[in-house]
Structures are given as C-alpha cells and as structure tokens.
Design a protein around this ligand. Structure first.
Ligand code: MV4
Length: 453
C-alpha cells in the first residue's frame, strides 16, 4: 500500500480523499493555490504545498508544479479527483514516466475514451449497443450530409473531443443541417482544436443513466448498479439518485453486464462510469465513458455500502478487488442534491462571497460532503459547488422525505445558493412520481431558465 498520496484537487473532493487516506493510515499531501491558503483541504491534510497563483491554469492545472510537489513531498501516488487533470492523458503519462502512481486508468485508456468517435467505434466492435448513426467520424459538410440523410432526421451532431454538450447540435432536417454542422464543428475547433465530428440519431427526451464500474489490475471488473442523472441544467447535473425508477432488476442486469463488457473491451482499470441514454421504450445506448471518480459517487456508496475512493486507492496499489459481482447488493434508495453558490433568480450566475454562518443537517442516513465552514471566503476562480447533501432511505419515498427534511434544515448564510431551487424540485409532483427525463428542468422550471437547453 502507498505510504503517502498527493491530492491534485481542491474543494469537497479533496477533503473526501484526505479523509479516505486518513482512515487507511496513508499520509496525505494537499496542493493549494494562493487563493486556497485557508481552504479546508489545505488545513485538513497532513502536509500542504502551494503550487501557484489563483487561476487554475497556473495552479491546479499546472502539471510541472504538481509533479515537482509530488517529488519534493515524497508522495508515491497522485489522486486527481474530478475535473482539473483527472481526465488528462498527458498528465497520466507524465505520472507514469516519473514513476508516480496515477490513481485512475492508464494514459492510453484516458486518451482512447476521450476520443468519443473512437470510443463509439470500439463499443460497436465490442457488441455494446450505441445510438443508431455513423460508425466512422466525419470532417466535411458534404460527407456529413450524406450520412445524416441515410440516418434520417432529427440527427445529433457531436464533436469527437466534446462531452458535456460542447460542440453538439441537433438538426431537424436537411434545411438546417449545414448551419448546425458548421456551428458544432466551429465550436469544436475553437474549444478543442479538433474538427472530428460524428453523427447519431437524435433520441427524444431520454433519461441519463450511468453505471459505476470498478476494475483491478487482474482483469476483474464489476458494476455497482446505476445512477439516474436525468435532472440537469445546461449539462450540469443538479440532483442524482440511485437506483433509477426506470430500471427493473432484469434491465439492471442487462445494462450492468453491458457496462462490464464495455470496460473489459478496453482493458479498463480503476473506477469508471459508463453513460447510457435510455429512451422511452427502455432501449439503452452507450454514450460515453468517464474515466474518473464522479461528483455523484456517494449515492452509489450509500446503496452498496462500499467506499469508492478507498477501492480506487487499493486497486491502484495493486490489490485485487475486495468483492465479486455476486457480493454486490443494492440496499434502499439514495439521493444527492448539489448545493452551489449561485443565484437561480439571475440565470444561475455564480455568487461567490463570504459564508457568514453554516448549519448542516444530520441524523440517520444523512451525509454532507463539503469543504465549507463559517467565515469561509469562497474564491471566485473555481467551480461554484459548495456542498453535496446525500440521503439514504429504505425506499424512494422515504429518501425523498428525508431530503426534504434535510434541505429544510440546511442553512448557508452570507451568499446566494440554489437551496430553494432544489427544494422546489423535490416538491414537484412530476419528480415525486419519478416522471423525470433530461428535459425536466426545461419543462417545469422554464421561468428559471432564461433560454434554451
Ligand atoms: C444525445 C441526446 C439525444 N440523442 N445524443 C448531452 C451531453 C452529452 N453527454 C450527450 N448529450 C446528449 N446526447 C443523442 N443521439 C441528448 C443528450 C442530452 C442530454 C444527455 C444526458 C443528460 C442531459 C442531456 C440534456 C440534453 C441533451
């Protein structure tokens, strides 16, 4: 096992990883920017080292600084958390070259799954269902139009380097195809310096269902069931739950086995997520693979009783998985609400500032993952997520009741948050009926949205 791990991240996930290290008897090293001197991860780790000024590209994205800090502090491994360098193949490769264990999959796999059109092709060849569409990428309007005509409209135009909705457009017919293709491609060239595009049939009002997988260095791969992340706003998840109301045990088995097959097809190692779209007729299609631990991993921990961060560290250190698929049992229902420093009344614009007072709920089945404290000054340079409120109940209705109670008790003073917006979602009849798809917020909260998608 590792003696010392450096955490190349900040905020609640850095705190979460420091706690896992401490429980495992592993020394933790925090890295922090000049804006994060008083942040909880800096204060909580066994050691901390400043890696540069506030802007992310000078600190949390600064590979050379982070590697130098790892060597200087004599850490043997780096946990990248999510965001920042977590899915940066170059960084994983530099770790490999420096003989530092990157707690995640290999650089090769990160690179392969980061290329969405190649990932799609790999999955087609592995017999994993994908959305009907092209097998090969396209580069020009002419070849794309031919493909779109044969797929049939509406079609989804996607950037191979995209994800999270960037470089993505819907075309409803041949009239609007050219403009949409060019816009999507332009966005991709600008954002990712890549003109590689691919096309899929547009799936209407799908659910976003993702399967958590775990894999060790010995070819063992298991899945830990699904998370339903359909409630999103502009491709940012707002509320997640496990299990999904849309999935019966037979479908779970089928999708889970497919997720495991997808991971095995690329020789996956460590924790990962297979994203599927689920259509109204319960057909499921592979979308993307995320090669990192995800924000919403706690709901999977609540229903499985596992600690995903510890599992990541163990398999990265060369230990075999601690459990087999047969030993994975799902219990009850978990919900996570993301509490952000933002103003829903003003188009959800971020609202950093000083938190004057915090009160967090507690009790049976209530979990709070956060880095905030009373008198904490939120730096304006980073993500606006402040706190993840997670509840676990014996069934969905009791989890919903517990979340409503916990949201009602949570107090964050001094700044604007989306707490009331979350409460409104929980109180909505459609939500309570489990009648949710990726258009939920647009459909029922259009007064908040101030625009499309
Ligand atoms: C789709 C789709 C419908 N049909 N692909 C959005 C981000 C990226 N991961 C893929 N996305 C979508 N791809 C086809 N062929 C609808 C979406 C989509 C979506 C997916 C998951 C969660 C929320 C979403 C919101 C809008 C669109």
């Amino acid at each position: 096992m590792f003696r010392k791990i450096l955490i190349a991240n900040r905020g609640e996930i850095a705190v979460r990883i420091i706690r896992a290290c401490r429980e495992m008897g592993i020394q933790s090293v925090a890295v922090y920017s000049e804006a994060d001197r008083d942040s909880l991860h800096t204060l909580l780790a066994d050691e901390a080292i400043c890696i540069g000024p506030a802007p992310s590209d000078k600190s949390y994205l600064n590979m050379e600084q982070i590697l130098a800090a790892t060597v200087a502090m004599k850490a043997e491994a780096i946990h990248p958390g999510f965001g920042f360098l977590s899915e940066n193949a170059k960084f994983a490769e530099l770790c490999e070259k420096c003989n530092i264990a990157f707690i995640g999959p290999s650089a090769e796999i990160i690179h392969k799954m980061g290329n969405k059109s190649e990932a799609r092709k790999t999955m087609i060849e592995a017999g994993v269902p994908v959305v009907p569409g092209g097998k090969e990428p396209v580069y020009t309007v002419e070849e794309a139009r031919k493909m779109a005509d044969s797929i049939g409209y509406p079609v989804m135009i996607k950037a191979s380097s995209g994800g999270g909705g960037k470089g993505m457009r819907i075309s409803y017919g041949p009239e609007d195809f050219e403009a949409n293709f060019q816009n999507a491609q332009m966005e991709s060239v600008k954002g990712f310096s890549d003109d590689t595009m691919y096309l899929e049939k547009y799936v209407e009002k799908p659910r976003h269902i993702e399967f958590q997988i775990l894999a060790d260095k010995y070819g063992h791969v298991i899945h830990l069931g699904e998370r339903d992340c359909s409630i999103q706003r502009r491709h940012q998840k707002v509320l997640e739950e496990a299990p999904s109301v849309a999935i019966c045990p037979e479908l779970r088995k089928q999708m889970g086995e497919t997720a495991v097959r997808a991971a095995k097809a690329v020789g996956y190692e460590n924790a990962g997520t297979i994203e599927f779209l689920l259509d109204k007729d319960k057909h499921f299609y592979f979308m993307e693979m995320n090669t990192r631990i995800q924000v919403e991993h706690p709901i999977t921990e609540m229903v499985t009783g596992l600690d995903l961060i510890k599992e990541q560290i163990r398999v990265a250190a060369g230990e075999p998985l601690s459990i087999t698929q047969d030993q994975v049992k799902l219990h009850g229902h978990a919900i996570e609400c993301r509490i952000n420093a933002e103003n829903p009344g003003k188009n959800f614009r971020p609202c950093p500032g000083r938190i004057s007072n915090v009160h967090v709920p507690g009790g049976n089945g209530v979990r709070v993952d956060s880095h905030i404290y009373s008198d904490y000054q939120i730096p304006p340079n980073y993500d606006s997520m402040l706190l993840k409120l997670i509840v676990h109940g014996s069934d969905r209705a009791s989890a919903v009741a517990k979340m409503r109670s916990a949201l009602g008790e949570l107090v964050i003073e001094g700044i604007e948050t989306n707490l009331d917006f979350q409460y409104e979602i929980l109180n909505h009849e459609a939500y309570q009926n489990g009648d949710t798809d990726t258009h939920f917020i647009q459909t029922y909260f259009s007064d908040y949205c101030g625009g499309s998608s």
